[in-house]
Design a protein around this ligand. Structure first.
Ligand code: MG
Length: 162
């Protein structure tokens, strides 16, 4: 068994003014029309985290486990999907070392919500908050995030064998 594994995840969702913004299982109350479109709750941050975890254990991506054309996952909380991925990680005999997430969004401002997002993820993982880092950045008005078309998230995790 490999004692130490690294995974990377990346995801993008389009903005949808009619939807709410949920990041890391936290509803962002002051998103001002910058919700995200998606089959599930479109929690782009949690999607990137799940892909990082699945990547680390060599299990492909969330599209393989939770297809976006499956009605079972319509509107589902991504935190429920994360629980399933964490069960898989645990079954493989791995625990989280640390998780580092970057959300790329021109709007809304996310800094005030980062502590709640860290807490929410730490609770889902059953780990200490200091094992989870969440950052938010803009791309200085460039690219699709700068054009206010959508939001992106990157996640990197380390796992260690129990
Ligand atoms: Mg997604």
């Amino acid at each position: 068994m490999i004692p130490f594994r690294i995974g990377h995840g990346y995801d993008v969702h389009r903005y949808d003014a009619e939807r709410e913004l949920v990041l890391g299982g936290v509803r962002i109350p002051d998103a001002h029309g910058f919700g995200l479109l998606g089959h599930s709750d479109a929690d782009v941050l949690t999607h990137a985290v799940m892909d990082a975890l699945l990547g680390a254990i060599g299990e492909g991506d969330i599209g393989r486990y939770f297809p976006d054309n499956d009605p079972a996952y319509k509107g589902i909380s991504s935190m429920l999907l994360l629980k399933n991925v964490l069960r898989l990680v645990c079954e493989r005999g791995y625990s989280l070392g640390n998780l580092d997430v970057t959300v790329i969004a021109q709007k809304p401002k996310l800094s005030a919500h980062i502590p709640a997002i860290r807490q929410s993820l730490a609770k889902a993982f059953g780990c200490d908050v200091d094992q989870i880092n969440v950052k938010a950045t803009t791309e200085e008005g460039l690219g699709f995030t700068g054009a206010l078309l959508g939001m992106a998230a990157h996640a990197v995790c380390t796992l260690y064998a129990e």
